[in-house]
Design a protein around this ligand. Sequence first.
Ligand SMILES: [Zn+2]
Ligand SMILES: [Zn+2]
Length: 166
Amino acid sequence: MGEPRPGGARNKTTKIGDEMGESAAKAELNERLAAYMNRKGLRSTAQRRLVTDLFFDSTDHLSIEDLLAIVRKEDPKVGYATVYRTLKLLKESGLAAERHFGDGVSRYEVASDEHHDHLICTECGKIVEFEHDEIERLQDELAANHGFKLSRHVHELYGLCESCQG
Ligand SMILES: [Zn+2]
Ligand SMILES: [Zn+2]
């Protein structure tokens, strides 16, 4: 089942985890990344580690520009290409999930074994994650009725969040 995600508003604060404060989940992400890079013969760099560290700390759905802004608060010398390539690496290694929410921007979140779907505000871009057992069950049932065995699905609901309904 994994750890429940923090509820309510997405926490925008990011911090560099020190040895003591690093969560078990993050340590596992770092281990999986190190193993993947080893297999591929890729070297880690200080900048790349900073990018992956801040990404793993985030619970947001970040565009490349979003992550670049977060990274540059720690190290203004990090360039777009480094963030782009690091996110590509994280995606290829299965540690980042790429999302598209209808505005042509690729967003990335830390990949999780726990499935969730998204509610998206078309006005302010607020994203809410949800998981609903009954919806999941109905999707499987509907697919089966059409002779499908599902391997994955993306369920996105678009509309106005509470504060954008004016
Ligand atoms: Zn909104
Ligand atoms: Zn999500």
